[in-house]
Write a protein that binds this ligand. Structure first.
Ligand SMILES: Nc1ncnc2c1ncn2[C@@H]1O[C@H](COP(=O)(O)OP(=O)(O)OP(=O)(O)O)[C@@H](O)[C@H]1O
Ligand code: SF4
Ligand SMILES: [Mg+2]
Length: 328
């Protein structure tokens, strides 16, 4: 471990899949993740936001080493990830945990909550299990006696707390939370997000928080990366992006959420959600972009830092750092 290195440093990740066109069509290769770089520091949260199919979960699996990138590299605490399945990888995996969207699916219905929270302690031979399970349940706001309960005997929010307790059992340095609140009632979502923030303050882990909900991402993240069709198109401070999104796609996401005390016109995206098998030339967003120019169809914009520190992949956002609001 190199203490001065970022907790997680992923560089230029590419992940290709074969995707079949139509029922009997031939398979074409698509880039689900197409050159994604991200960095997470200890005790900080990076929010990853974008519409369905843009590559968020694939990015999460790549940074955890659950899938191997076709190109690019992942370093954790300054060391490259060991090969999947090796003893070194298993030891490292204990320090990196995933929390999924569906807590019921993530838990085994036949086993009590206590048994499931104790499982990682057994696997990694961490002693004093009974006391540890009680501490973990308390840390996530469950009562120690709820260790005896089975998943179907808990509410959705309590189940997600149990999943978090299990993920925290090995004292991970990194948590990847893939849509951890999407399956919960709105009233419970806020509780689970507050819990994540509290747990991070207590345990100091870095978090990759994946969501399609920009409001949720803002609440828990120190930085936000907006993804479109396999690439990051904007990255910066959550408040800066929500106040004044620079990329036209980020602007559509921001326009879709309520802004108390401020009028923000909703931007309705034209065209269908993109199919990675039909990636357009130039900027992948150009067929739906309200301010696209001829250059956008020809040249792919690089993700570059602007004067205000934000990273943006858009030809116009760099030209004068202020995009036209309407179609040219
Ligand atoms: N194992 C796989 N085989 C083939 N294609 C895949 C595989 N996993 C993902 N894909 C494709 O890669 C693209 C990105 O998928 P991914 O699950 O990462 O998106 P996502 O942003 O997490 O979407 P959602 O918000 O719906 O969860 C999609 O087009 C998906 O169909
Ligand atoms: S590069 Fe062009 S098409 Fe892409 S987001 Fe910017 S203005 Fe729109
Ligand atoms: Mg997903």
């Amino acid at each position: 471990m190199r203490p001065d290195a970022p907790l997680l440093d992923a560089k230029d990740l590419v992940r290709r899949y074969d995707m079949r066109r139509g029922f009997l069509g031939r398979a074409v290769e698509v880039r689900a993740v197409d050159g994604v770089s991200l960095r997470i520091e200890r005790g900080r949260t990076l929010g990853l936001v974008g519409e369905s199919g843009c590559g968020k979960s694939t990015t999460g699996r790549l940074v955890l080493g659950m899938e191997t990138p076709d190109q690019g590299s992942v370093s954790f605490e300054g060391q490259p990830l060991p090969s999947p399945g090796s003893a070194a990888w298993r030891a490292q995996r204990a320090r990196m945990q995933m929390v999924y969207q569906d807590p019921l699916g993530a838990l085994d219905r036949r086993l009590s909550i206590g048994t499931q929270v104790a499982e990682p302690l057994e696997i990694h031979r961490i002693g004093d299990r009974a006391a540890r399970v009680q501490d973990l349940l308390r840390a996530v706001g469950l009562r120690p006696d709820q260790a005896e309960r089975y998943p179907h005997e808990l509410s959705g929010g309590q189940r997600q707390r149990a999943v978090l307790a299990r993920a925290l059992a090995t004292e991970p340095a990194l948590l990847v939370c893939d849509e951890p609140i999407s399956a919960l009632d709105v009233s419970i979502q806020a509780q689970v997000m507050n819990l994540l923030v509290d747990l991070q303050e207590r345990f100091g882990m870095g978090i990759l928080f994946i969501s399609h909900d920009l409001r949720a991402v803002r609440q828990v993240s120190h930085r936000v990366a907006v993804m479109y069709l396999g690439r990051i198109v904007e990255e910066g401070e959550p408040d800066a992006i929500l106040q004044d999104p620079a990329h036209p796609y980020a602007r559509t996401l921001v326009s879709a959420i309520p802004h108390p005390g401020r009028r923000v016109d909703r931007i309705i995206l034209q065209g269908d959600p993109p199919n990675p098998a039909d990636r357009p030339s130039g900027c992948a967003f150009h067929p739906r972009c309200p301010v696209a120019t001829a250059l956008c169809a020809r040249e792919t914009p690089a993700l570059k830092r602007r004067g205000d520190g934000r990273l943006v992949a858009c030809h116009l956002a760099h030209r004068d750092e202020a995009l036209p609001r309407k179609a040219a």
